[in-house]
Design a protein around this ligand. Structure first.
Ligand SMILES: [Zn+2]
Length: 174
């Protein structure tokens, strides 16, 4: 049975290390972590979660975009595991967007991200997948990819003036 995991919080070193590549995606312990991540991200209404956010320093994350209270316009997708992600190319064009993070509750930041990216990763079945992502999905991928590199969205804001509490964000964007 998958279990709900505790989410590591800003300040914990597991969020700041470069995650290890996964040698065997089919290994039962890796499959179990994927199942735990899937139930955990659904429980907290996230659109993505990376393994270091559940104290597992592995190069693995879940993309689970769907409209939520925090991201009402997010596209719907079947949640999927992304193993050993690589970003192959990025568009010159960037876009600013307000991001939050399960590991930094209560805070939002205006983060510039590449509008389109080319990616390669392994699926949970171990298949190599190459894809192009745009807009919100490109943003989620870049945010989660940063997690496996030990980077957080607060490192990407261009100024502390581009930080806002969740409460103030909701008030001002309404
Ligand atoms: Zn995050």
């Amino acid at each position: 049975m998958p279990i709900l995991r505790q989410i590591s919080q800003l300040g914990h070193p597991v969020l700041r290390g470069v995650a290890q590549k996964i040698i065997d995606p089919a290994a039962p312990e890796i499959q179990a972590i994927i199942d735990d991540l899937l139930v955990t991200v659904a429980d907290v209404h996230g659109v993505g979660i990376a393994a270091p956010q559940v104290y597992e320093p592995l190069s693995l994350f879940i993309m689970a975009s769907r409209p939520t209270l925090r991201y009402p316009t997010a596209p719907v997708m079947e949640p999927q595991a992304v193993i050993n992600p690589e970003i192959l190319w990025v568009s010159d064009e960037k876009e600013d967007g307000w991001e939050g993070c399960l590991s930094i509750p209560g805070l939002r930041g205006l983060v510039p991200r590449h509008r389109r990216i080319g990616v390669r990763y392994l699926t949970r079945e171990g298949a190599v997948k190459e894809a192009e992502c745009g807009d919100f999905l490109a943003r989620v991928f870049q945010h989660e990819y940063d997690h496996v590199q030990g980077i957080l969205f607060v490192d990407r804001v261009e100024s502390t003036l581009n930080l806002m509490t969740e409460k103030e964000y909701e008030r001002s964007m309404r």
